[in-house]
Design a protein around this ligand. Structure first.
Ligand SMILES: [Ca+2]
Length: 219
């Protein structure tokens, strides 16, 4: 095997990893300015008034320390979106996914936290879960989170039924609560493995063997 072919193999392996890691979501980090009643670029408010916030800006009001639990930075970092619910009052936001392959399985993942709102007679202190919708219909939800300073990484899978579908998030039940969501991604395939799949390992092993063979021939 000539060096150029080894280089080509390396590029192909890298491309395989890159393709697997590519998210279909625009601005899944929810990076944006602090905003009371607005969501970051790439996202649309669909119901109610979600907010863009950070550690020092509850409900998107700069300097408002009204969290019920001390907030912590999300694994994604930076700003996140807060969504509340109070009975029939629902806050929901989302974006249209495009380029989906009908019949293919995708994994949507996100980070969630329940710091709540401690605002006297209008506090949001309940337990709730991040609910996920596709074209306005529920496709599942994350774990029910009670008030805590911790972020949780969650995911679920869906099968695309159209090349273009609206992904959105709201709280899953009616209990008065206010949760944060961040680090949203949608990737092709089932639940993303923490380590490369066996087929990928096999390809890498073949590459290493080839490299070793080349080294021996050159030496
Ligand atoms: Ca973020």
């Amino acid at each position: 095997m000539k060096p150029i072919r080894l280089a080509t193999l390396s590029v192909l392996l890298l491309a395989a990893f890159t393709a697997r890691a590519e998210s279909l979501v625009v601005n899944g980090s929810l990076n944006g300015g602090i905003a009371n009643m607005d969501v970051p670029t790439g996202w649309t408010v669909l119901e109610g008034t979600p907010d863009t916030m950070d550690l020092t800006s509850n409900v998107g009001v700069s300097g408002w320390h009204s969290f019920s639990m001390a907030p912590t930075a999300s694994p994604d970092g930076g700003t996140w979106v807060g969504i509340g619910i109070n009975g029939s009052y629902v806050e929901r936001f989302g974006q249209t996914l495009s380029g989906l392959n009908v019949g293919q399985t995708y994994t949507v993942s996100w980070q969630a936290a329940n710091f709540g709102i401690n605002n006297h007679d209008n506090s949001y202190l309940g337990s709730n879960a991040i609910g996920v919708m596709l074209d306005g219909a529920s496709i599942g939800h994350g774990a029910t989170l009670s008030l805590s300073s911790s972020w949780h990484t969650e995911s679920l899978t869906f099968v695309a039924t159209s090349a273009s579908q609206m992904l959105s998030f709201r709280l899953a039940n009616a209990e008065k609560a206010y949760l944060g969501i961040d680090g949203i991604s949608v990737k092709l395939g089932g639940v993303a493995p923490a380590v490369p799949e066996p087929s990928t390992w096999a390809l890498m092993a073949m590459g290493l063997v080839a490299a070793g063979t080349l080294r021996r021939r050159q030496g």
